[in-house]
Design a protein around this ligand. Sequence first.
Ligand SMILES: Cc1ncc(COP(=O)(O)O)c(C=O)c1O
Length: 279
Amino acid sequence: MENKKVYLNGEYLPLSEAKVSVLDRGFLFGDGVYEVIPAYFGRLFCFDAHLERLNKSLQAVRIDLKLSAEQWLDILQPLLIQGDVQYIYLQISRGVASKRDHAFPENCTPTIFAMCSPITAFPKDVGVKAITLDDMRWELCNIKATTLLANILLRQQAVEKQCAEAILIKNGYATEGAASNVFAVINDVLVTPPKTDDILLGITRDVVIRLAKENNMQLKEEPISLGALQDATEIWMTSSMREILPVINLDNKPVGTGQIGEFCLSMQAYFQDYKRAVL
Ligand SMILES: Cc1ncc(COP(=O)(O)O)c(C=O)c1O
């Protein structure tokens, strides 16, 4: 096992020594929330936005933990390796209870775990295949909860079909990817599903929306029907790990020309410029 230093409940330990109790509610129930924060050349990207989302997730699942941005940075920054493209995985579970019971235990201290890993860059000049699958997740997909079994099963189905992502369809409309947000170019307009509890509000999604507006790309936040998705000239998935990933084949049919589209190439360039400007 790789033996890098990780953070667990106030200590920096070799990964092999970082242990949590089997009664931790994260282990027993997936009772926790998490964040994935990219870091480029030793600097965290969009940290404030990730922290704001983390605080919303904590509040939504009623885990009482309030640390300031400075306190979080003090915890996370020592994990970063200078000069590398990496991400911080940060997980907070409700903590260790004295017995297994669904209801919240009293006086439980949250378990805080963080580690830093390299981002394996997805080649951006190669489009990927995706499949559409029924979105059978729960009703609170706006919370970045560690309870990810549905997402895991969906992503695995995609992988088994040699696809990089599953695009999820709920009541005839696209919601998001199994671990990403979705954008489509429909009649020369960039469209992404609106803010609802059916999607996680991706930090990358937010950056893409801002960059589209700043660069006069027509953009709408509105529902995308399955039919509209199938007729789209471009489809992209966005996430912190994969940035802007073009989908060139959906359900074994080419998307548009079957090549990476002009809108995507422009947005990928805007995104790289933005990264350079803010870091
Ligand atoms: C379900 C889901 N939607 C969207 C995203 C994209 O979010 P972000 O851009 O903040 O990485 C993720 C990221 O893991 C995700 O798991």
